[in-house]
Design a protein around this ligand. Sequence first.
Ligand code: UT7
Length: 335
Amino acid sequence: MRRTIIKGTGRYLPDRLVTNDDLTQWMDTSDEWIEQRTGIKQRYWVPEEGGVGASDLGLEAAKIALDKAGWKPEDIDLIIFATLSPDIFFPGSGCLLQAKLGLETTPSLDIRQQCTGFLYGLATADAYIRSNMYARILFVGAEVHSTGLDISTAGRDVTVIFGDGAAAVCLEAEEGDESVGVLSSALHTQGKFAESLMLEAPASREMPRIDEQMLKDRKHYPHMDGKTIFKNALKRLPEVTHEALGMAGLELDDIDLFIPHQANLRINQFYQQSMKIPEGKVYNNIDKYANTTAATIPLALDEVIEKGMISSGSTLMFLGLGSGITWGACIYRFQ
Ligand code: UT7
C-alpha cells in the first residue's frame, strides 16, 4: 500500500529580529500586552528595504529539507506552495520557487488556505501520492507579512501577531502498511466568516483594483475580528480533533504530540486544558516566531525532529484554524 512518508524538513527565518519592545517605537503597545494576550515575545521580519519574497524564504527552507531527504531538485515531482503573502498577485510563488530551484518543467501548485495551508497541502500531497500520480512532493509554507502590515497604532491588533518565515517538507511515496504515514485528514471551510480575517485590496472585484479611497480606508492592510476567530478556534479545534481521530480509528491517548497552528498561545493552552491533554504533549514556539501562518506547523515539525522529540512510531496530530475561515487536523505516524 502506498503511504506518504516525511523524508526531510527545513526551516528558514530572515535575520531581522523584532522584539515586542522594538514594536513600541512605532506604535502604542507594550511587551506586557503582547505577551499576556498572545504569548509572543519576538518575531523575525525581512529587511526593511524589501526585495525578499515568500519564494525567497521558501527556497532557503526547501534547500535544507531537500538536503535532509537526500533529494536533488530534479527528484521533485510536484511543488505545493502554501502562502497568503505571495511574492506577487500572479503567477503563484510555487512557479517562482520552481525556477529558483533551477527546474525546467516540474509542476507547481499554490494553495491559498492561510493558517491551514500545511493541513490542506499535506492532505493534497497524500491524495496525489496514494493515487499514484506523484511519488516525491515538496511542500513549502512561507510568509512575508511584514511588508504588508500597518506598523502604527492603528494596525497594532494585527501587526504584533505576525512574523515572517518559511518551512519545507519532503514527502515521498513508500510501500508500507496502513499504520504509518498520513493516517487521516479532516478539512473544513466556513466562508461566511471570511470577513473575520481578510485583506481586501488590491481586489479584482473593484475597478480600479486599488485607489486613493481604499488606501485611505486602510483596505490594503489585513483586518481581523480577533474575537470571532478566537471563539471559532476554541469550538472547532476540539471537534476536528475527534473527527481526525475517528477517521484513523485512534483515541486521544494514541497521539504522542500535538502540533497546533501558532496563532495565539492562549488558544493552544485552552485547547490543551479543555481536551485534558498533558501539558508537554502540545508543542508551542509562538514566543520565538509569532504567527508565520502557512509556515507555523511545518516549522514546529522541523524543530521537534531536530530536538529529538520524535522516534519510530511517534504519532503526531497537526491542527489549526484561521482565515477563511478554514480549519483541519491531520494525523501522521513516523515509521
Ligand atoms: O492565524 C490567524 C488567526 N488569528 C487568530 O487566531 C487571532 C485570534 N484572536 C486573538 O488572538 C485575540 O483576539 C487578539 C490577541 C488579536 C486580541 O486580543 P483581544 O483580547 O481580543 O483584544 P481586543 O482586540 O478586544 O482589544 C482589547 C484592547 C483594546 O483596547 P480598549 O478598546 O479595551 O481600550 C485594544 O485597542 O486592547 C487594545 N489593543 C492593544 N493594546 C496594546 C489591541 N491591540 C493592542 C496592542 N497593544 N497590540
